[in-house]
Design a protein around this ligand. Structure first.
Ligand code: PEP
Ligand code: MN
Length: 336
């Protein structure tokens, strides 16, 4: 059920209402959206709990969607996720860029320099890599986190990095500004909950074969912890097509935005696996409503230990950042 508070109701007043409901055995989450305060009650409520009975509550309406906290029905106002001082889901499109994996200090520093110079604002890089083969480079672990954090600080770029298990969460969250949950872990429910509990912003990638509803239900696990800082990332799904690495499902960007208040970004690097497709699909992602894109870049793609074949060069990234800005301005004009 959705409890909509009267305009001007404070968080404190809402918390009192929630505390009373909890004393009656209910569970709920307060939604402090910019327009007004709301409360989503996750347990069935008896008919004698009415709006007039609860101070400050203007109306109580049913929520039909299974993803109560992620839904736009429950919160019509777009959520803006803050990663240090970068806002994802606001007016400015956000470019997250960096290597697939942190390999060493020199490579990370050179790549971060490219990222910064191109105008991207968040640095990505994996220290714990979910690899299909156990014989492939698995990432540097904590050493990689140290390098990424050091380089991020040097170039004043907040860092996003993947966490692959609950056991690694304390160490990863001590370095990262944002945690990435990868496609293969989208339904690792223990990880979603534990990551949510860190309070850090979370980049939730869509699973390789996940429906949009399953993706939003995964977000629900994070939101249920009270952490509202979730960014959805469309990274391509498995289809019959083999020319591209995955099929970047851009309809999912628009559909997820329609169904959810969370910002959605696209990852055309993993979505296509083909450098020449990354620019056009980044433009297309912005046109479909993405709040930004995440792409892989490498200072020396031929030497990369991981995904070098899809890494952009500095010149390609600069062009992408400029084009995304143009597209974003154009879409803003069209939406007036
Ligand atoms: C990544 O972004 O480094 C990654 C492994 O992506 P995905 O989980 O989408 O495969
Ligand atoms: Mn990669």
């Amino acid at each position: 059920m959705l409890f909509t508070f009267a305009l001007g109701t404070t968080l404190e007043e809402g918390s009192e209402t929630l505390a009373w409901l909890e004393s009656q055995g209910h569970q709920g989450v307060l939604i402090p959206a910019p327009d007004r305060l709301r409360l989503i009650v996750l347990t069935p409520i008896s008919p004698d709990i009415t709006a007039t009975f609860l101070p400050g509550v203007e109306k109580i309406t049913p929520l039909f969607t299974p993803f109560k906290l992620a839904s736009r029905e429950g919160c019509p106002v777009d959520t803006i996720v803050k990663v240090a001082d970068v806002a994802i889901g606001g007016k400015q499109p956000v470019i997250i860029a960096g290597p697939c994996a942190v390999e060493n200090l020199d490579q990370t520093r050179r790549t971060a320099e490219i990222v910064k110079r191109a105008g991207a604002t968040i640095l990505r890089g994996g220290a714990y890599k979910p690899r299909t083969s156990p014989y492939s480079f698995q990432g540097l672990g904590e050493e990689g986190l140290e390098i990424l954090a050091q380089v991020g600080a040097e170039f004043q770029l907040p860092i996003v990095t993947e966490v692959v298990s609950v056991d690694d969460l304390p160490v990863v969250s001590s370095y990262a500004a944002m945690l990435q949950i990868g496609a293969r872990n989208m339904q690792n429910f223990a990880l979603l909950t534990a990551a949510g509990e860190t309070g850090l912003p979370i980049l939730l990638k869509r699973g390789l074969s996940a429906t949009i509803e399953e993706w939003l239900m995964a977000a629900e696990y994070i939101l249920r912890t009270g952490n509202r800082q979730v960014v959805l990332c469309e990274r391509g799904i498995r289809t019959f097509e083999t020319t591209t690495r995955n099929t970047l499902d851009l309809s999912a960007v628009t559909a997820a935005k329609l169904l959810s208040h969370l910002p959605v970004i696209a990852d055309p690097s993993h979505g296509t696996g083909i450098p020449q497709l990354i620019l056009p699909l980044s433009r297309a992602a912005i046109a479909t409503g993405a709040a930004g894109v995440m792409v892989e870049v490498h200072s020396n793609p031929n030497q990369a230990q991981c995904d070098g074949f899809q890494a952009l060069t500095g010149a390609e990234l600069s062009k992408l950042v400029a084009d995304v800005q143009v597209l974003s301005d154009l879409i803003a004009q069209l939406n007036i």
